[in-house]
Design a protein around this ligand. Structure first.
Ligand SMILES: [Zn+2]
Length: 478
């Protein structure tokens, strides 16, 4: 990744280093030279030619990491706002997913990648399961390489079994052409394990092992994947520290024990789990198993690629569950277990660790890559006072407050505006994808897809409902 020629110095910010001690430095500077952080401290000396960015009244934090995003689906932004997982599966897996051409994957990835860096998400795993052909895969990578963020391609294809696409010569050829020595930040293989006792996914795990790719898998998804898949993976020796279990929301303690014992991590997509129905966001259970957590946004067909909302909803869901569990026992939670500081850690270091990139990204310490987010918005009444820095990031700040973003020392957003990004071109590409899908599906199917039936709500019997308000006497009539 090419860095700016000039060093960069952020002056006088509140720095959340997210180092091992989670050191917070008020009124501090961060010096970037080349693609790395050179120094963090108070009143640093900087080279004469350094680009100076005033971070006064702002928060400097490491770039955030999203470990699971179906970026190709960004072209359908918001279409599935009222879906459950059932409508999602029908639309993408059974009916319309195959309508996506390579240029449609390109359009979605391009917009998703731009959106990520705009929101301060400097590293994103593209959980790319729409790669029906090598041309689709090339298009996915072309788009990721066109945007100055850090992207990990997680290769998948929902139109075939993983034992089919992973074993194909085309996949090997793609891997040789685009991954070995390519520009991406990493490579994973993305597929799910259905629990079929024959364990056909074994063949794909073997390919992953051969090419040295980590596996990322939707595990513990209500109605789709369960403990059987985990058990088969474990018995096959395919659970490793680099394995990422997405959602892991409907698993038993036995499966969590297997994950914990083999050192893997869980990518929690709280907003997704809450709306779509994979299961309750599992951090309240993962805490008890000491399983490492990273955060993810899943797909923009429902949500945006914004890790502020991931942090906020994850903290809320964990606390909500803790209170509910206690209330069921007539108990009261007086002290929250999960802290804002912890979810900021999950959004930064947690993601870096899950991807095996912890020595390179995830914290603002000398020697690491300069992936830096400045949260600053002088026009906002929500940017002061900043009393609890981690809490401020989680509950007060939002993506519109992302002022400046660096990826590998390169300024990709400054003063609230993306640098060298052609948003108009992305808009045109996405518009043509939407036109293509809408025309191919037909207007009726398009509307039906977006507006699933609303089940009837049963109104409960109410013993008080037969009273009538008498306006004259201003009293209820009995
Ligand atoms: Zn997913």
């Amino acid at each position: 990744m090419s860095a700016t020629d000039r060093p960069v110095i952020f002056r006088n910010g509140l720095v959340l280093t997210m180092d091992d001690a989670h050191t917070v430095l008020p009124g501090a500077d961060v010096l970037v030279v080349g693609d790395r952080i050179a120094e963090v401290g108070v009143v640093l000396a900087a080279p004469d030619d350094a680009l100076e960015i005033d971070a006064t009244d702002g928060i400097l934090m490491p770039g955030m990491v999203d470990t699971h995003r179906h970026m190709w689906q960004t072209a359908m932004r918001g279409y599935g706002a009222d879906w459950t997982l059932t409508q999602y599966f029908v639309w993408y897996y059974l009916e319309s997913g195959k309508l996506f051409r390579p240029e449609d994957v390109y359009a979605g990835n391009l917009l998703g990648a731009i959106e990520a860096i705009d929101a301060g998400v400097t590293t994103t795993v593209d959980w790319s399961h729409g790669l029906q052909t090598p041309d689709h895969a090339d298009a996915a990578v072309d788009a990721l390489e066109a945007v100055p963020g850090r992207f990990v391609l997680a290769y998948g294809n929902i139109q075939q079994g993983p034992w089919e696409w992973a074993a194909s010569p085309e996949f090997r050829d793609f891997h040789r052409r685009r991954i070995d020595g390519g520009k991406l930040a990493g490579f994973q293989m993305a597929f799910d394990v259905t629990g079929d006792p024959a364990f056909p996914e074994r063949a794909a795990f073997e390919v992953a092992r051969e090419v040295g790719a980590a596996v990322t898998t939707h595990a513990g998804v209500w109605g789709a994947t369960n403990d059987d898949g985990i058990r088969l993976m474990h018995e096959g020796g395919f659970m490793t520290p680099s394995t990422v279990y997405v959602h892991a929301a409907t698993l038993t303690h036995d499966s969590y024990n297997r994950i914990a014992a083999t050192g893997g991590s869980v990518s929690v997509s709280t907003e997704s789990e809450q709306s779509a129905g994979q299961g309750y966001p599992p951090t309240w259970q993962l805490r008890h198993h000491d399983i490492p957590v990273s955060l993810s946004m899943d797909t923009s067909v429902w949500w945006s690629g914004d890790l502020f909302s991931a942090m906020r909803s994850t903290l809320g869901a964990d606390r909500s569950r803790e209170h509910l569990e206690a209330h069921a026992k007539q108990d009261t939670i007086t002290h929250c277990h999960l802290r804002a500081e912890q979810v900021v850690e999950w959004a930064t270091r947690g993601g870096a660790r899950a991807l095996g990139m912890d020595s390179a990204i995830g914290a603002l310490t000398p020697g690491r890559q300069a992936d830096i987010v400045l949260i600053k918005n002088d026009a906002s009444p929500v940017m002061f006072p900043i009393l609890n820095p981690h809490g401020h990031v989680v509950f007060q700040a939002q993506r519109g407050d992302v002022h400046t973003v660096l990826v590998g020392g390169r300024v990709v957003k400054r003063n609230g505006h993306l640098v060298d990004v052609d948003l108009a071109a992305a808009r045109a590409r996405v518009a043509s994808t939407v036109d293509h899908l809408r025309e191919t599906m037909g207007e009726q199917a398009w509307q039906r897809g977006m507006n699933p039936d609303v089940p009837e709500t049963a109104i409960l019997e109410n013993p008080y409902q037969y009273t009538e308000w008498d306006a004259g006497s201003a009293q209820w009539k009995h």
